[in-house]
Design a protein. Structure first.
Length: 104
């Protein structure tokens, strides 16, 4: 059971293979999440301050990388595509991962 209700869904598309001799297409998959829209100042992987437009909360330790593409369709039917800026793993006192927070 998740720490917070996960009633929304995102579609994650991992990057395909960059090998010019054997390009491999990526297979998208869906993940239950909680998406909170709101402006927030975060640091990216290059230690630069960037503005995040939404935060995505996933259950436990999610297999998400900074090179993935994330698609989300809101309640009005508007589809948005995001690129992760930073990924944080929140842990409990015992060290087990309880949430993955993605700033996009």
């Amino acid at each position: 059971m998740a720490l917070i209700p996960l009633k929304q869904e995102i579609i994650v598309t991992p990057p395909g293979s960059d090998d010019p001799w054997d390009p491999q297409p990526s297979t998208p998959y869906s993940v239950k999440c909680r998406l909170q829209e709101g402006v927030k100042l975060v640091r990216n992987a290059n230690s630069q301050d960037v503005v995040s437009s939404a935060q995505i909360y996933l259950d436990k330790l999610a297999e998400i990388t900074l090179s993935d593409r994330i698609a989300y369709v809101d309640e009005n039917g508007v589809e948005r595509t995001y690129i992760p800026i930073s990924i944080e793993v929140k842990r409990n006192l015992g060290g087990k991962p309880i949430l993955t927070v993605i700033n996009v």
